[in-house]
Design a binder for this molecule. Sequence first.
Ligand code: PAF
Length: 281
Amino acid sequence: MLIFHTAKELRKNLSAKISSLGLVPTMGALHLGHVSLVERAVKENNKVVVSIYVNPTQFNSIEDLNSYPVNLENDLKLLKPFKKQLILYIPKHNDIYPEGIQSKKYDFGSLSQYMEGALRPGHFDGVATIVEALFRNIMPNKAYFGEKDFQQLQIIKSLSRSLNLGIEIVGCPLLRGEDGLALSSRNDLMPEDLRAEASVIFQTLNYITEQASDWSIKEMELYFKSKVEDKNGFKMEYFCVANPSDLIPVSHLDSRNEHRIFVAVFAGKTRLIDTVKLFRK
Ligand code: PAF
């Protein structure tokens, strides 16, 4: 598999014959969710760049950045089946941040005001900064992101519209493990006892979506909190129901519109997020 550490080298090696270039940005510690993005990207493009870069500006603390999992050997193993079509881009800091490691400032309106935007100040500026740098360095035709980070996906769609570089953003479904836990690079950071109980998040969300016609949003939140916090070491950070398009939280469900539940939960020190669709029948 071709591996480049600078965008200059990478671009030099891109053949002019490529009619569609895909990009799958990642922070490494790949899992089957990432593999599903790569699978889709290789189907829809003749070459695909997978970037692996743990972006410091999107972390809220040094402790979180330093504990982010890194496993290049396993990443390469998971990507091997696609090697003919893939190019790996593993930049050093100065290829992304030539003027020093710092976020740019963006205004995404309501998209960045709630949930992750409210609880992780500066996080989305960091995400947008790296994604803009990758877009400008690689200039793909299409870029692929998972719906687990639904708020991030909406922000990147908005970023791409305002950059006007002609890059299509493709949102791909969230994947879950057999027990329902949303796949995330952070899952392996949980000690075994917490990992074994983490399925409570999806099981409870699932149950709540079945009660949507009878319960108020407040009742849903109280139920979620009590079920999750009933497990030792688990703490709800937020439970929010919002419109998927503007991500503004709602306090009542409206049967004409689709909504989404967004949650963040601490399992010990590991922060997990999840999202499901919510319909009032
Ligand atoms: O979702 C992620 O893994 C990261 O936020 C991204 C989009 C690769 C930017 O660092």
